[in-house]
Design a binder for this molecule. Structure first.
Ligand code: ADP
Ligand code: MN
Ligand code: MN
Ligand code: MN
Length: 337
């Protein structure tokens, strides 16, 4: 039977790119579908803010493939990079290509990441799921890791999405309901920079796709509700081999992150100043700090890492709408260069 391959890529929407995808029908393949050789493909970049009408073709280069848990069978999902048609060089929107160079340069340090992806479920009118129509729910408190009607909303979507990530072979590490009603989290990792980012985008695509069936919009906005409501982040946990073996390397990594503060924050997602205010478990965006167990610091060293004198650190600054290719590249450069 022919196989459906869903080619997925990031478009040129500013300030935060959107995912796009289209389906390619391929002849049956007898081997493991994750090893099926895939051709490059193309799309109309003038419809995705990636090209002009006169020179509209962009190239899709497959970089990661996994079973498609929605279509099932031998169907696959394919994460792609975008290349320019004129010379097959990386398109300006292709942030993965730059990460690949840095990841190769520092392969010996064996950096791995676990990213905690927070997001908000919205109704089609833009209001958060769990907010009464035209109004506000009770203040934050009972929602984080809650159970029961009125405390959690959208659990069907979480259940489906988590199983879909598992069936796709992604390294999903866990899920939880977040502090603001309608807000949730899942984690991917720990795996290397390219893997965590490719898998994260496949997980995003699955989340959007599953929520479609419920008429729910998935928002990665950093501060979806103004006022006394938590923003949405993408805490990025990271460790080199040296950090996993000794505490001095953990502290040294935290110190190094303090040497390029603005460059990180400016590339950690749109509207970061609205989220990193110093309130709601954040540190102010322009004041770098790190500390053990401190959820009000830019970078937290988990308590068990201090106890074990080895492990990892958590950069709490990236927004939910950050680009993991860019975030993991910056951490690699700053900690390892
Ligand atoms: P939090 O307490 O901040 O909510 P989570 O349990 O949500 O933490 O997420 C922790 C993440 O850290 C997980 O994705 C996990 O895979 C990742 N992680 C665990 N150990 C390491 C490590 N040594 N290096 C990098 N990431 C790690
Ligand atoms: Mn978490
Ligand atoms: Mn969280
Ligand atoms: Mn966290």
């Amino acid at each position: 039977m022919p196989i459906q391959a869903e080619y997925i890529w990031l478009d040129g929407t500013q300030p935060t790119p959107l995912l796009r995808s289209k389906t390619k029908i391929l002849p049956d393949f007898s081997g493991a579908i994750t090893e099926m050789p895939l051709d490059e493909w193309g799309f109309d970049g003038s419809s995705t803010n990636q090209a002009t009408g006169e020179a509209s073709d962009c190239i899709l280069k497959p970089v990661f493939q996994c079973p498609d848990p929605i279509r099932g069978g031998k169907n696959i999902l394919v994460m792609c990079e975008v290349l320019l048609a004129k010379d097959a060089s990386p398109h300006p929107t292709n942030t993965r290509a730059a990460l690949e160079v840095v990841a190769k340069r520092h392969a010996a340090q064996e950096m791995i990441y676990g990213i905690e992806q927070e997001y908000t479920m919205l109704r089609l009118d833009g209001s958060p799921l769990g907010f009464p129509v035209g109004g506000y729910p009770g203040p934050q408190g009972p929602y984080y890791c809650g159970v029961g009607a009125g405390r959690v909303m959208g659990r069907d979507i979480i259940e489906e999405h988590t199983q879909a990530c598992i069936d796709a072979g992604l390294k999903i590490a866990g899920t939880n309901a977040e502090v603001m009603p309608g807000q949730w989290e899942f984690q991917i990792g720990p795996v290397d920079a390219l893997a965590v980012s490719d898998q994260m985008y496949i997980a995003h695509w699955l989340l959007h796709r599953i929520a479609e069936e419920y008429d729910v919009v998935i928002s990665f906005a950093a501060k979806p509700e103004k006022g006394d409501w938590n923003g949405a982040g993408a805490h990025t946990n990271f460790s080199t081999k040296a950090m996993r073996e000794g505490y001095d390397a953990v502290v040294a990594a935290c110190e190094k992150l303090g040497t390029r503060v603005l460059e990180h924050v400016e590339n950690y997602g749109h509207d970061i100043q609205s989220r990193l205010t110093g309130k709601h478990e954040t540190a102010p965006w322009n004041k770098y700090s790190y500390g053990v167990s401190n959820r009000g610091a830019s970078v937290r060293i988990p308590w068990q890492v201090a106890r074990d004198q080895k492990g990892y650190a958590e950069d709490r600054r990236p927004n939910a709408n950050c680009d993991p290719y860019t975030v993991t590249r910056l951490i690699l450069e700053t900690v390892c260069d």
